[in-house]
Structure formats: C-alpha cells, structure tokens
Design a protein around this ligand. Structure first.
Ligand SMILES: [Zn+2]
Length: 723
C-alpha cells in the first residue's frame, strides 16, 4: 500500500507540475509527523492555517547526498537493509518537498498578492522536476543490483516498469520544457493585461466593466455596445492567441522529443488515461447527436433570474448543511466530514486577494487535504461545497487519484446523489435547482467535447494561425449547436476561447470534464431506479485505488461503458423524459399551438373596452411579432421592419444594455412593415441548414412554416414565411 502510494507520487510529478502554476508564504518548519501519517495509515490532524505555517524552503543538499550514498550501498547485498532504510528516508524527504510545493502554490491562490510565495513557487517547480529526475535515474540504475533486494521487494510490477523504462531528461527535453514553462509565465502576465484591455468611446477610455456600466446607464446604444464588446474580444484574442500559438509549437516539439508524433497521444499517456483519442471521437459525435437538443431545451426553459438561484449562504450555514446531509447520503462519509470540520481544513470565506474558483488539494506528507473556495454569493456556493467534498472524501479515503476523470466522478457523482436532500433544503424551489444543476452538468459534456476538439485539432496543425484557430472554433460552436452561422454572436464567441485557462495551463485536460460527467450521469441513472445501488456504485468510485484508470473504475463500480454512444443516447432521452422538455418548450414558446380553442368566452376576464381608455381599438388577436435571429440587434430589427428600434424596446420592456436572444419573440409596433420571405429549397437542404443560413432558430422556422416532426422538406419546394 505504502509503496504504491509513493510510487504514484513519482510517476505523476511532471504532470502535476504542469497543472499547478501557483505559489505560498511563510518560512516556518515543516511539522514533524508520525510514522503512521507518513505511511498513509493516519491523517495528520492539522488545520489549513497550521499547514500554511509549516511551510519551509526546501534545500535539496541532503537529498542529493543520500542518492549518491544509495548508489554505493546498492552495490553489495550485505547493505540491502540499510539501502532500503535510506530509500524510505529519501522517499519521505521527496514527499515533504513535494508537499511544500503544493503549499506554496495554494498559498498564492489564497493570497494572489503574496509575491514572496510566488517566488517560492517558481523555485519549487524547477527544483522538484530536478529532484524527481535524479531520484528516478538513481533507482533505475540500482534496480538490478544485489543491494536493492529489499527496495525492489516492495515494488509492484508497475513501479518496476516505471523505473526501468525511466529516461533521464535530455538537454533538449529540459530546454523545451523550460521554454514551455516560460511561456506559461508569459501567459499569466498577459492574461492580466488582457483582462485590463480598453476601448475608446467618444474619446473616453473604457474597459469591460465601464462598458457594462455605460450600457446599463443607457449612455450608449445597443450597436455601440456590441461593437465595443467585439473590439475588446479582438484585442484579447490577438494578445493571448499569439502566446498560445507559440505554446502549441513548443508542445509539439516536446511530444516529438519524447518520441510521439502527436501531442494528444503524449498527453493521454501523461494523464494515464485508459481510453483512446478514437473512442473520444465517437463519444464526441454522440454528444453532438444526442445532447444538443436537451441542452437547447433546458437552456431556453431555465429561468435564470429565479430568486432560488441567488440564495446566499454564510460559511457556517454551508458547513452545517453539508454535515447534516452528507452522512445521510451515506454514513461512510461521516469520518471525512468530521475530519474536514474538526480540523478546519477549509478556506471558504470571501477575500479580496483570493483567486476565483474552488478546489481541493491533497498534501501527501501530511496525508490530509483541504478545500478552498471563493464564494460567488449564490446558491451554487453550497453545491460547489458538495462537489469539493466529493474530492475531499476521496482523498481522505485513498489519497489523491492519478486519474482526473475518476476524481471528477467522485465530485460530480456526489452532486447528483445530494439531490435527494434538495426538498429538505430548498423546499418548493427544489425542482428548479435540480434542473439548474443538471443543466450545468449537461453543459460539461458539450464544453468538454467542444474544447477538446479545438485543442486536439490545434496540436495537429503544422503552421497554425490565429485566424485558422478562430475559424475552427466558429465551426465547432455551430457543430455543437451553440451558435448559428452568419451571426454576430458566432463571430464574437469564436474569439473567446482565449479566456479558457486550461488551453494554456492544462493542455488536453478539458475532455476529462466530459468523460467524468458521463460517469456521474451513469450514477444519476442508477439513482433514479435504485438509490441504494447508486450509493454503492458511488462509494466504489470514491474508494478506487489511486492508480486505476477511468474506464476500469467505471466498470468495477458496475456502471458499464459510460462513454459508449448507447449510454449517451440514454442520457439524452432520459433528460427529455425526466424534465418533460418537449412539452414544456412547446407550452412556453408556442402556446397557441396544440389544443384547439374552444371558442367559449373566458370567464372573469376584465372587459377590454374600459371607458376612458386612450386607444379605442382593442388589441389585435394576433399582434405583429417577430423572432430574433442570432446576431440580431434591436437596431437591425428596427431597420428590417422600418420602425424605430426604441419603440420595440419600449413595447417589450427591454432596457439597456438591450440584450435580446435568438428565438425570442418580440412584439412590433403597429406600423411595422411585415415582409414575407421566400426561399426555394435546394438539393441537400435541411430545415436546420436553412435556419442556420438565415440566422434563425430552426424550431422557430419550423413553427413559422407550420412544419412538424420529422420536418421533411423537398428540393424545389418554395417556403414562405414572415420573419
Ligand atoms: Zn472537481
């Protein structure tokens, strides 16, 4: 057990170095811990602040001397016991240095202004790379020597394989890895610059925040608002995109220096994934096919302003809620809850200097972990805590898993199981919150696959340009039905990929959000049928061995092949049914369709012809309306119907910044000029294609044309509709 855990630490250090670009702050002394803690049999009982205080600068001299001594001892079988003792000691020193590195990196997340810890972090990053490299090389060299007898006796086959195939980094590899690290540093700086980008409006320099404020105050019109947003997006895209192009180049170089012809394959290996890029391609196709529709419906049905989504929770309420309900989900979670709370292993209050987001981190030397969260002051804070606790519990049970995908099932799976307490916690709002959380999870499928396709493609391009990358992103946004062709929004969003940190900091990571959510949905499906079985599957995932691969863990937990197209199809159909999406969508957006009108007068309706009313004409039964196309602005719509756009805004109660949404129905002034549009169906056309070309939502177009499923249209047919 012990050796296995440590073996993992060695094997995955390079990866972790790439994932964490962070740093910490004081110069105390690493706390002494017991043998049991070092062996992973017990957890150190420290609070997070005690862990921070225990930070110490690592001097590698003792470690390097020890390695030289180990090489000498290994030559003779007589020294086998002494060699093993020294090996364990060095292992512990390394684990401690590694843990200091983790502390430094978290401390800078908790306090982004701590420059001293930022320096320590940079120091640790390169130091640990070197320490690890020397350790692995030494162990490789002594593997077959007689004095290593006791060391090797504790190894698993995988440990042996790992060390015997270990290759010392060449000068070239080291150089390339350092250049990658330098680019990541450059990115961190340019990212701040990009966030502070400005544009000029009538001689005044404004950034993102001022632009929003100006629009909200009605100081700029909708067209200016959109145009300036676009200008800012273009600036960011150019600034960060250029760094990304260089990163792609050096990463391609790294892959080739390690003997891979494809960077993706190299990273799949580094992440220890037990599924292949080919399987992911099939998986991504099924996500496109089966999940675009439920996602579209759910997103349009969601009341984003529902008050129940904006509840704020203070630290105590969050801790109280999770400690009440998590043990109800499973009594097996009780110990980890107690460990978290009694040791204060969390930092979840708001702080000006804390970085946004939430994460859970494991400190190997202390065999303990912590949760850090910057609250957003909405309902999701509570649910984020449940997510992070899923990570916390898994770390508590077995230490940090080497599979990112498994780790996320450990958290997302718990989020689904936690839904059984929603009614107790949220009362009547429970269904809305359940749908909201589920929608976020469905989006993980889409964003995971979409972002993965973008970077997978990028890493295969020999001479990548920014224009090509933006164009590819636009293509993908359409393929996943997030945006429609020819729209302003498509052009705008195609440039926003530079805002995704993972492309820069954690290459090829994104797919793990989609694969893991597939695992979480498999747990959800079981839960709907048999809650006890679902808890058991979840616990099996939460206590998986730390070196097990994703597909293996899913199979072992009885969840089957969660990435298979059949499974994704089942998820999509399950969502449509469970949330009654089609029916509700029709009711919300096409309320006139369906039930025939009875013709009976409505009882209790107030008389429309009130005396003294200024406008004598009663409102027409079917007022002039239009549907917003993607890329539309109120100004454009006004032009199209030859009316003042401000009139439209007023009629529909739309205020600055005049946001409108594709598919939204707008009431038009009575003097609007309605024009019928005619389209001749071409060979190969589908309703979706035509709608996309028009920048219309296809459901809206089908409604306009009076078409119903399966929405058959014929080449040569003339389609006429008012838009
Ligand atoms: Zn997570």
């Amino acid at each position: 057990m012990q050796t296995k855990r440590k073996g993992k630490l060695w094997a995955f250090l390079v990866l972790l170095c790439m994932l964490f670009q962070l740093a910490p702050a004081s110069a105390g002394m690493a706390a002494e811990v017991s043998e049991e803690v070092i062996n992973g049999e017990e957890h150190a009982e420290f609070s997070l602040s005690e862990i921070f205080e225990s930070y110490e600068h690592t001097d590698p001299a003792e470690f390097y001397e020890g390695l030289a001594q180990l090489a000498e001892l290994a030559a003779d079988e007589e020294n086998a016991e002494a060699a093993k003792e020294l090996y364990d000691k060095l292992d512990t020193i390394y684990g401690k240095a590694y843990t200091m590195r983790v502390i430094a990196s978290i401390a800078t997340r908790v306090d982004a202004t701590d420059m001293k810890m930022a320096e320590e972090d940079a120091y640790n990053t390169s130091l640990l790379n070197l320490m690890r490299d020397r350790f692995c090389t030494t162990v490789k060299d002594i593997l077959d020597l007689p004095g290593s007898r006791d060391i090797v006796a504790d190894f698993t086959d995988e440990d042996r394989e790992f060390f015997s195939s270990y290759e010392e980094m060449t000068e070239e590899q080291l150089d390339a890895v350092n250049r990658e690290q330098a680019l990541i540093q450059e990115y961190s700086i340019k990212q701040l610059e990009a966030a502070a980008a400005t544009v000029e409006i009538n001689g005044t320099v404004v950034g993102f925040a001022e632009l929003e404020a100006a629009a909200a105050a009605g100081m700029i019109d909708a067209d200016t608002y959109y145009a300036k947003h676009m200008e800012l997006a273009e600036k960011q895209n150019a600034l960060l995109g250029e760094v990304y192009l260089r990163l792609v180049k050096v990463r391609r170089e790294i892959a080739s220096l390690y003997g891979y012809d494809n960077y993706n394959n190299y990273m799949y290996e580094a992440y220890g994934r037990d599924y292949t890029p080919d399987e992911i391609q099939a998986f991504s196709e099924s996500v496109k096919t089966y999940l675009s529709a439920p996602y579209f419906y759910m997103q349009n049905l969601m009341d984003w302003n529902a008050p129940c989504l904006g509840l704020t929770y203070d630290e105590n309420t969050i801790l109280e809620t999770i400690s009440t309900y998590l043990p109800q989900t499973s009594v097996e979670l009780q110990d980890a809850v107690d460990h978290l709370i009694s040791n204060k292993l969390y930092d979840i209050g708001y702080s000006d200097v804390k970085m946004a987001g939430a994460f859970t981190t494991y400190f190997p030397y202390y065999n303990t972990e912590c949760i850090v969260m910057q609250p957003n002051f909405n309902t999701y804070d509570l649910l984020t805590m449940v997510h992070e606790f899923g990570h916390f519990n898994a770390n508590y049970q077995k230490g940090s898993t080497s599979s990112l995908d498994v780790a996320e099932v450990q958290s997302q799976g718990l989020e689904f199981l936690f839904m059984e307490h929603y009614e107790d916690i949220f009362g009547d709002s429970a269904p809305v919150i359940e749908e909201y959380v589920t929608l976020q999870q469905v989006y993980s499928f889409i964003s995971g696959c979409m972002n993965n396709e973008l970077e997978t493609w990028a890493y295969t391009q020999e001479d990548l340009t920014l224009d090509a990358l933006n164009a590819k992103n636009a293509e993908l946004l359409q393929a996943y039905e997030q945006m429609q062709a020819g729209s302003w929004t498509l052009d705008y969003y195609s440039k926003l990929w530079v805002q995704t940190h993972h492309f820069f900091l954690s290459p090829c990571y994104y797919i793990s959000y989609a694969t893991s959510v597939a695992g979480a949905f498999a747990i959800r499906e079981v839960a709907l049928e048999n809650p006890i079985a679902a808890v058991n599957s979840y616990l099996a995932v939460a206590t998986a061995e730390t070196d097990q691969g994703f597909s293996e863990v899913m199979e072992d937990a009885g969840l089957g092949d969660v990435l298979s197209p059949e499974q994704i199809q089942a998820v999509g159909e399950g969502l449509m049914e469970y949330f009654n999406l089609e029916q509700r969508f029709k009711e919300k957006f096409f309320p006139d369709q369906g039930e025939p009108q009875t013709g009976e007068p409505d009882e209790g309706e107030p008389d429309t012809e009130e005396p003294g009313q200024e406008e004598p004409t009663p409102a027409p039964a079917a007022p002039n309306t239009c549907h917003v196309r993607s890329g539309d602005t109120l100004a454009k719509i006004g032009k199209r119907f030859q009316v003042d756009w401000k009139e439209i805004a007023k009629l529909n109660g739309i205020k600055a910044p005049y946001k409108i949404y594709a598919g939204q129905e707008l009431i038009l002034p009575e003097n609007a000029v309605l024009t019928a549009e005619k389209i001749i169906v071409q060979k190969g056309d589908t309703l979706g294609k035509i709608a996309a070309a028009l920048g219309l939502n296809w459901m809206v177009l089908a409604e306009q044309l009076g078409l119903e499923a399966p929405y058959t249209i014929y080449a040569g047919e003339e389609l006429e509709f008012i838009y």
